[in-house]
Design a protein. Sequence first.
Length: 282
Amino acid sequence: MVARPVFHQTPEWRFPPLPRAVGLTVLLVLLTCVLHGSESQGEEGDSSQTASPIPAASPAPDSSTPVIPGLSLVFLPGPNGAAPPLAWRLQEFAGPARFHVAEVGGTGVIRLESEETSFALHRDVEVDLAELPYLTWTWRVDALPEGGDVRRREADDQAAQLYVVFPRFPSMLRSRVLGYVWDASAPAGSSLVSVTSSLARIVVLESGPAKAGRWIEETRNIREDYRRLFREEPPRAGKVTLLINSQHTRSRAVAWFGPIRFAPEPPVRGAGPLQATLTAQP
């Protein structure tokens, strides 16, 4: 079994309070390490993870329509069942990661499961938001962390989290993180400064279990979100991160993601390459 480095229990923008100067330095050192880390830090997943079955008749993004210009981040199986998807890196923060890459309706998807654990998948990108301002993805939540609330540090657990990282020189002072979450408690449509870092902004897109078990398509103009939340023009995007955690609430969470796409314009709903069937089959 390959020896694995020990990581902090929470992501680089989500960890316990420290004195301001020290905390900011440690935060951005970690952020920089993740941005420029070697591919070897996650080429193989934890060998103890179990592959969960695909739900029967799960709806999935429609890949039959023509692809519009842009950048697609897809999920293709790694070299073995324990490895993360090709071109993605795994980072474990608390406990072992459980994930499963599969194909549903001809489209690659990934299932993430957390049992009082926290882990992330990172994918390097280089995206100019002046050219590709729209981000579209599909996600699905089957289990929300009990009592999770992005507004409270002690309950800051979410099943489905997507972050766009903006490295900016000098990274120790200026790198930014823009996140989109499916929260258990905070109202959909709300946005806030992260409870663990002033460098991160969070947008709550979905809330609670009402849509659980269904693929939901999201499209955001991330250039406008960045302008609104940081009050400045965005630098190039340098990384996309998927994260799941339930260690604070000591509970369980399950989420799925379909392909993620940067595009010059939003897809036509119902006709785009990432469109999901919005109602789950029994």
